[in-house]
Design a protein around this ligand. Sequence first.
Ligand code: SAM
Ligand code: SF4
Length: 512
Amino acid sequence: MVDVSKIRKFNDASDYTRHFIVQKEIDKYLPGGRHFIDDAKITDLIAKNDSNPAPDPIKVREIIAKSEDKCETLLPEETAELMKVEPNSELFEEMRAAADRIKHKVYDNRIVMFAPLYMSNLCVNGCKYCGFREGNCEQKRRVLTMDELKEEIDVLAGRIGHKRLIAVYGEHPSTSTEYIAQTIETCYNRKVAAPKTGAPVGIRRVNVNAAPLPVEDLKVLRSVGIGTFQVFQETYNRKLYESMHPSWSVKGNYDWRTTCFHRCLEAGVDDVGFGVLYGLCDWRYELLATIMHARDLERWFNIGPHTLSFPRLEPASGTKVPEESPWLIDDKTFARILVLARLSVPYTGIIVTARESPESRNKVIDHGMTQLDCSSNIAIKGYSDFENESHQEKTRQQFMLGDTRSIDEMVRYLASRDIITSFCTAGYRCGRTGGCIMDALKTGREGKFCKINAVLTFREWLDDFASDETKAIGDKLIEKELAAIKEWLPKFFPSVMKQYEATCKGQRDLFF
Ligand code: SAM
Ligand code: SF4
């Protein structure tokens, strides 16, 4: 049973909206009232770029080299210089190739697979771009019960083969921290038999995307084994933020949201996931602010973002913002942002969600990205209600998905590009999180552990879930990967093979 004795309870939505925010937990991280997102500096850097748009190739190459060698977060000034490089130029191709090399150094040739799981669409907030916002009568409201959640897990873990979830919640007292903790526990406890081998399978890592929480609430989520706590800032531009999030709402408080990860790290939830909703503001502003945010966390805690996500505005029920915002970005700009992000925060995981079209995701696979979702359904109870995971219903989901490819198709596509799909969740279960993993990532050590664990979990998935066609191409890739591990770690290789052969015989969840 989760111990929730130290967290506050709220009578209803209005009580929650008025009393949820803890001001002293904001003030602590904004000493002297100064915000770490330096609006004047960002505006100045953008204005300088506008008045002097030609990049200095020598400077650009020095910055690329720094990012590659040190694997440390760049200065905003350095990223601003890289931003001058036009996407179709040779210099940009040098940047893209460096981004891909850094990705390989830190994460090897793998892409981590996850699935979104929406728990509820009740919300006390009024975000103007979101289908879940309070007062949107087009949305059918629902909160998953624990029994319904088990049905969802049966499909996600038992039919599709997912091991890693991002659990998503509206902000509402009916989905309080206690509810979030119960859902995490339910996900971990549910076990099902794999369709092809009958092996026991289940969810091994539950990341959470929810509203910012106070420290005591975060400690509760830590106690039930939360993976990454992900909160998207939407926009770092305070004025635009305030125009999108009404001041009467909890989310209307910019400072509560921007200090959320400081509280996470204080509470010991040390894998934190940043994100911006691209399309609400000038992308250059967002990227420079993201760097300032990362640097401030590093200054306080020596830990930066575990992941950066790059959601783009998508059509949603009852709103025109996703179609009419003046800041919408095209695919080329999206790809450019990913390269800049990889070079600017070299050690971080980069997530590209199924909001993107298949063409856009295929294109950016060699732009430094590390994680994607597939066979995704974001309707509440969408996995177990619809036969086909790609089925979408606007009135039951927050926005519409762009890439509805199945996991089998995606795994096969990635393998055709020599990329191994990893279902590994070992890192956080071995304590490789937060500060611990930062060092391992920067030196490339984590990538090597990950290669071995990627092979073991890929083997599991191929045997438990893959079609014959995907299995055939996957088997060939595994042969190559094992050969690479043998060459890289000749002495350790027999131990790897022991675990690999046990996995082939049906043992599950073996990892290093
Ligand atoms: N309600 C919590 C919050 O807002 O922090 C939890 C997450 S909300 C359900 C998930 C995220 O979806 C939001 O942070 C936002 O970035 C994104 N989102 C909302 N509306 C969207 C839209 N129309 N297109 C794409 N992403 C959207
Ligand atoms: Fe609610 Fe989150 Fe949607 Fe805003 S983005 S309306 S907080 S679910």
